[in-house]
Write a protein that binds this ligand. Sequence first.
Ligand code: UDP
Ligand code: MN
Length: 270
Amino acid sequence: MADQAFVTLATNDNYARGAMVLGKSLRNHNTAKKLVVLVSPQVSTPCQSVLKNIFDEVKVVDVLDSGDTAHLAMMKRPDLGVTFTKLHCWTLTHYSKCVFMDADTLVLSNIDELFEREEMSAAPDPGWPDCFNSGVFVFRPSVETYGKLLQYCTEHGSFDGGDQGVLNGFFNDWATADISKHLPFIYNLSSIAIYTYLPAFKQYGGNAKVVHFLGKTKPWSCTFNCKTREIYGGVQEPATHPSFLLNWWTLYASSVVPMLQEQHGDQPFH
Ligand code: UDP
Ligand code: MN
């Protein structure tokens, strides 16, 4: 459906590389939905060009320049900069329904069925399962909801300093109100769960549809040796399972690096 889209966000070139891999993974699994990426003006021109090749829509959002309620909210809460940028996804009102995905997520199979769910559908957070993880969620763009979210943000802030705290505060009946809004964990398998509950990961990890490289170490902060296919600086994954990190790097090296090289001339980009 043309009025439904996957949406992600990148405020710098590192997260832009994540968005490129995510976009490619959605395309490789033949999504029928539109792909949208919100970028801040700090994302370089070559990266924006590559994003334009992968996504249907690259929308530059400059909260500081917007002169609207987001700008005012931002003046009161400068600590929540990226959060305000993420909330901008509610302004995409030319779509009736969207699925937001963090730029550090990777799709492992087609997930278009998520559009059968309602706002606010999300998977539990592995650290505190009565909160949802805001790395993957279904939402309905709406100027009204956007305004209410900004107001909530300025009045209450974020209990964790990021968008997850704001969204869990705003959609505060998620844990108890409607089980159909609880996405199965396989739609947002946090890489952290591999260590916190290894037997469950061994049992169910193979069913994962989306992996989320949540936390400090991102795939792009590792280094990859194309010849030996070794990854350095990443979190060790159990040998019993195909490595998600290797999936990410394989896609990055094969599909994204050539596009970046085209933009950068012959300068290597790793
Ligand atoms: N993000 C961004 N720039 C930043 C930090 C975050 O564009 O400097 C976006 C990006 O889409 C990212 C999401 O906000 O995936 C949430 O942040 P992150 O994934 O780092 O948080 P985590 O999932 O590790 O809690
Ligand atoms: Mn994330």
